[in-house]
Design a protein around this ligand. Structure first.
Ligand SMILES: Cc1cc2nc3c(=O)[nH]c(=O)nc-3n(C[C@H](O)[C@H](O)[C@H](O)COP(=O)(O)O)c2cc1C
Length: 203
């Protein structure tokens, strides 16, 4: 067993360690708009759900070195208090990846990727029409875990609306094969969700 003290390791190596260790990670494909109404779309794999009553999801935006330390996504949410989490299916994985390019804030990633904006019901940021499951969110809280380069800012959002493609849902149960979600591993590696097994919880 190798034992590692994070105090002795560069943040870039801690990042490698964590993205290799904490796997697989689901991907929040987050749409926002800025104060001028320009759309932004970016994937985040530091993502999970954290409450069902009310429904709250959270994701984490990394802090970079200057001159632009904060993600456009974070700055837009701070300005507007709204975002949409679009789940990512393998069918548009490559288009999702195009939205991770580091581009100036005035660039609309819907245009770069060719993905289709779809009006939301309750929030201003559009949904991604190609996504089979989407959540319209209102900002619940921002937790500034660390503002140092390599640090993270946690964004929690209350889900105001769920949208699920009719053909993938039965009652409230979502068919994982039809959702065909992908997850993130370490480095450039991704995972499909086809190889599953079941376990019943002990009574
Ligand atoms: C699959 C995937 C997952 C990512 N996860 C994160 C993440 O959890 N946090 C983060 O800050 N950046 C993450 N990134 C990088 C951002 O998506 C990328 O820097 C993007 O340009 C940020 O866009 P923005 O500045 O428009 O918000 C990820 C990229 C990919 C492709």
């Amino acid at each position: 067993m190798r034992t590692l003290d994070p105090v002795q390791i560069a943040p870039s190596d801690i990042y490698k360690l964590m993205i290799g260790m904490i796997v697989p990670r689901p991907i929040a494909f987050v749409s926002t708009i800025d104060a001028a109404g320009v759309s932004n779309l970016a994937p985040f794999s530091y993502f999970t759900a954290c409450s069902s009553n009310p429904p709250v999801v959270c994701f984490c935006t990394a802090v970079r070195s200057d001159p632009r330390p904060y993600r456009d996504t974070l700055r837009n949410i701070e300005a507007t208090g709204e975002f949409v989490v679009n789940m990512v299916s393998e069918e548009f994985a490559e288009k999702m990846n195009l939205c991770a390019a580091e581009v100036p804030p005035e660039v609309d990633e819907f245009e770069i990727s060719g993905l289709t904006p779809l009006a939301s019901d309750l929030v201003k940021p559009p949904r991604v029409a190609e996504s089979k499951a989407q959540m319209e969110c209102r900002l619940h809280q921002i937790v500034r875990v660390s503002d140092k380069p390599g640090g993270g800012i946690l964004v929690l959002g209350e889900v105001l609306r769920f949208h699920v493609l009719d053909s993938i849902i039965d009652g409230y149960k979502i068919d994982p094969d039809r959702l065909n979600a992908i997850g993130r591993m370490g480095g450039p590696m991704y995972i499909r969700t086809h190889d599953r097994f079941e376990m019943q919880r002990p009574k």
